[in-house]
Design a protein around this ligand. Structure first.
Ligand SMILES: [Zn+2]
Length: 339
């Protein structure tokens, strides 16, 4: 297991979880998918469990190699098309065009057809004789029809089939799905473990970036790939104050909104004389207008709910930064009256 903070939870889960369906959940950026894959690999590993430390996969047998090369006949990994590349799973065989010959956009959902295929897969005989494993990630990307397709199989799973559902927000799943799975909750890692790992990934100023990502180490690495590094993060409060959107232009809109929410949160803390949580001390001014910031926070919550919509990202970014500039330019009325 390459993520050091998952070693102990993985050993615990392998020792205690004997169910046919597991739900791995916890904060984003902790490694739910990596955890689900490590469980699958351990269940399929052909070195007897009592000869492996903590029953984790041996990483040496033919089965472990097949999992690593995404060629294991008894493992099906079900993720939305749009996530395959990011998870290192490569291309799928989904048609590249829609019914009318247009280039199809990769789906962000786990589609019902894929789930039907997964259910059929789980009912087949095991090719290598140990188990049939289906990893489904992120489980909250199943729509209601997909979830209902899965439900019946979770109620009466075929003898050797095991399902691992991994997700960020377990509340986003149907209660009937949750109640049929054994729950494995992953917590945010100890900062020392996360910082050591980030340093190994060559992340500059890991402490600052871990705070920026709310303690989620994998999010730090994802963001660095989008150009969100320590230098940009430190400049962000002054960029927004000046209304400069260009440094954020390559970011996905949900990340822009989330970053502004963190800035707004820290500006509110500063206005109450408290230390910032996401930005370095002193980078967010203290004299902002609390009523204005509270209103901005409400608008950002609204924007966050729609941030995945296919808006004109360029226009929307400008509007978000302009609004941030406005909210941060209104100083506290108390300061005005004493001026
Ligand atoms: Zn093995």
């Amino acid at each position: 297991m390459a993520l050091p903070w998952l070693k102990q939870p993985l050993a615990d889960a392998l020792r205690t979880q004997r169910g046919h369906a597991l739900l791995v959940h916890g904060p984003e950026g902790v490694g739910q998918f990596e955890f689900a894959m490590a469980l699958a690999k351990a269940w399929l590993c052909e070195t007897p469990a009592d000869r492996r430390s903590d029953a984790v996969a041996c990483d040496a047998c033919p089965s472990c190699h097949l999992v690593d090369t995404h060629g294991h006949p008894d493992l099906l990994v079900l993720v939305p098309e749009a996530l395959r590349d990011a998870l290192g799973l490569g291309q799928s065989d989904e048609p590249a065009t829609d019914g009318e010959g247009r280039k199809a956009k990769p789906s962000k959902e786990i589609k019902v057809d894929a789930l039907r295929a997964a259910v059929a897969f789980s009912q087949q005989t095991s090719a290598r004789g140990l188990a049939k494993v289906v990893v489904l990630h992120p489980a909250e990307r199943m729509n209601a029809i997909s979830a209902n397709t899965l439900l019946k199989t979770l109620e009466e799973p075929p003898g050797i089939a095991r399902f691992v559902l991994s997700c960020g927000d377990a509340e986003g799943l149907l209660p009937t799905i949750r109640s049929r799975c054994q729950s494995v909750r992953l917590a945010l890692p100890e900062p020392a473990l996360a910082l050591a790992w980030l340093a190994e990934q060559s992340v500059a100023e890991p402490e600052l970036m871990l705070a920026a990502a709310g303690g989620q180490p994998l999010s730090v690495v994802d963001r660095a790939a989008l150009g969100l590094d320590a230098a940009v993060w430190k400049k962000l409060p002054s960029l927004v104050t000046r209304g400069e959107a260009s440094a954020l232009s390559g970011w996905p809109l949900p990340l822009v909104v989330e970053s502004l929410q963190k800035l707004c949160h820290d500006a509110l803390l500063a206005a109450h004389g408290a230390a910032p949580r996401y930005f370095p001390a002193g980078s967010v001014g203290a004299g902002h207008n609390v009523a204005e910031l509270t209103q901005w926070a409400a608008e950002l919550r609204q924007a966050a709910r729609h941030a995945e919509h296919p808006w004109n990202a360029g226009l929307k970014l400008e509007a978000l930064i302009l609004r941030g500039q406005q909210a941060l330019s209104r100083t506290s009325p108390k300061l005005h009256s004493t001026a």
